[in-house]
Design a protein around this ligand. Structure first.
Ligand SMILES: NC(=O)c1ccc[n+]([C@@H]2O[C@H](COP(=O)([O-])OP(=O)(O)OC[C@H]3O[C@@H](n4cnc5c(N)ncnc54)[C@H](O)[C@@H]3O)[C@@H](O)[C@H]2O)c1
Length: 255
């Protein structure tokens, strides 16, 4: 029998970008743990299919469209959710965007797009979520950053800078909101076998081997690798972690 400190039964989680590779595996794991899962994503068709799968684990699940680059869309998402759910206990921000190119090739528009999707979207969603959590007694917020926000690699300037900003944002939000019982932490995954990098790996032979040679565990990650850490950060078991960034990297950041 698992320890009750890990128990998530009857909690409700809002997963932004939840229909993606890492998000969908996490949403299913949350539903298996007895969590009601709200999947908010730009791709609502994928979110709907995932909600069906979550419901098969006898929890409530809702799919909803959101575009985190539009504040009105975020507000509409929260209004619809709060028409149906009175309390959200867990927020996970999975949305991410990366355009790998040299600094000299970046346009202002493309640079800003990266920050808008990664950092500004996260700021808006977390801010609005914290306002609600404050009224309902607190909760857990998990922000998905990247190991690229910790280590520095060429071609990752906008992405890595935005992810480093997210790690720092989580540390500050954690301090500002802990008095309201809102626990903010972040995760920093390494290269993971999802649509997010599959095309890049296909178009750049040798890149997978390059990533793997930098990871002591000897392989890139699968979304399944993150389930344990995510469930941990959503549960009471992680209550002494405040503003922590958990490196989910097979040892990549040791060097
Ligand atoms: N896959 C990797 O190699 C890797 C490595 C490190 C960190 N990460 C981070 O993990 C997170 C999840 O990555 P993934 O591999 O699951 O990516 P993914 O592309 O499979 O999923 C991202 C999801 O976000 C949604 N999305 C994109 N733009 C949106 C917007 N404007 N509004 C709402 N939803 C939007 C997409 O529809 C998609 O479902 C991202 O933040 C990414 O930066 C991924």
């Amino acid at each position: 029998m698992s320890h009750k400190i890990f128990d998530l039964t009857n909690k409700t989680a809002l997963c932004i970008g939840g229909a993606g590779g890492i998000g969908s595996e996490s949403c299913i794991a949350l539903s298996e743990a007895g969590v009601n899962v709200i999947i908010a994503d730009l791709n609502v068709q994928k979110a709907e299919k995932l909600a069906d799968k979550c419901r098969s684990n006898n929890v409530e699940s809702m799919a909803i469209e959101v575009n985190v680059t539009q504040e009105q869309s975020i507000d509409d998402m929260f209004s619809s959710i709060f028409n149906r759910f009175s309390k959200i206990d867990i927020l996970i921000y999975f949305v991410g965007y990366n355009n790998r190119q040299r600094i000299s090739e970046f346009t202002k528009k493309e640079w800003e797009k990266t920050f808008e999707i990664n950092m500004t979207g996260c700021f808006l969603v977390c801010k609005k979520m914290a306002e609600q959590m404050k009224k309902t007694g607190g909760g857990k917020i998990v922000i998905t950053t990247s190991i690229q926000g910790v280590i520095a690699n060429p071609l990752y300037s906008a992405y890595a800078a935005s992810k480093a900003a997210m790690i720092h944002f989580a540390k500050i939000a954690a301090q500002e909101w802990i008095e309201d019982n809102i626990y903010v932490n972040s995760i920093a995954p390494t290269a993971t076998d999802t649509e997010f990098i599959q095309k890049f790996l296909k178009d750049n032979p040798g890149k997978r081997e390059f990533f793997e040679s930098n990871i002591p565990l000897g392989r890139i990650a699968k979304p399944f690798d993150y389930i344990g850490p995510i469930l941990f950060l959503c549960s009471k078991a992680s209550d002494f972690l405040v503003g922590h960034c958990l490196f989910l990297d097979g040892g990549e950041s040791i060097h």
